[in-house]
Design a protein around this ligand. Structure first.
Ligand code: AMP
Ligand code: ZN
Length: 110
């Protein structure tokens, strides 16, 4: 499969990994938009949030609960989460992921 995040999960291309368990991986974004910017990614290839249903409820909850844990480990006192969904939603990599970013200064209101 020609999916860059699946290749990272398989270890075929390198990443700056900060967390891994049997279901999830987290690594630093290659083009950070804040001093700390990482991605929480399920190992299962799910294209985006619109492809999820109740079957992914526990997985999605686990992804969100991992955000504050890793943010704290990365030294963030506050952070922003973002899930881009679909091309019109700004999604570029079609493998579900949660962006977590912050650090340095207070983020502007969106
Ligand atoms: P999105 O627009 O939500 O699909 O964001 C995809 C994100 O993946 C972007 O912020 C990219 O900088 C990031 N990205 C793309 N390729 C890699 C990579 N090989 N390692 C880490 N992050 C990546
Ligand atoms: Zn994938």
């Amino acid at each position: 499969m020609n999916c860059i995040f699946c290749k990272i999960i398989a270890g075929d291309i390198p990443s700056s990994k900060i967390y891994e368990d049997d279901e999830l991986i987290a690594f630093n974004d290659i083009r950070p938009i804040a001093p700390v910017h990482f991605l929480i990614v399920p190992k299962q290839h799910i294209e985006s949030l619109v492809d999820c249903d109740a079957g992914q409820q526990a997985l999605l909850g686990k992804m969100l609960l991992l955000a504050p844990e890793l943010a704290r480990q990365q030294g963030l006192n506050g952070f922003r989460t973002m899930i881009n969904t679909g091309r019109e939603g700004g999604q570029e990599v079609f493998h579900l992921h949660v962006h977590v970013f912050g650090g340095g200064q207070t983020l502007p209101k969106t």
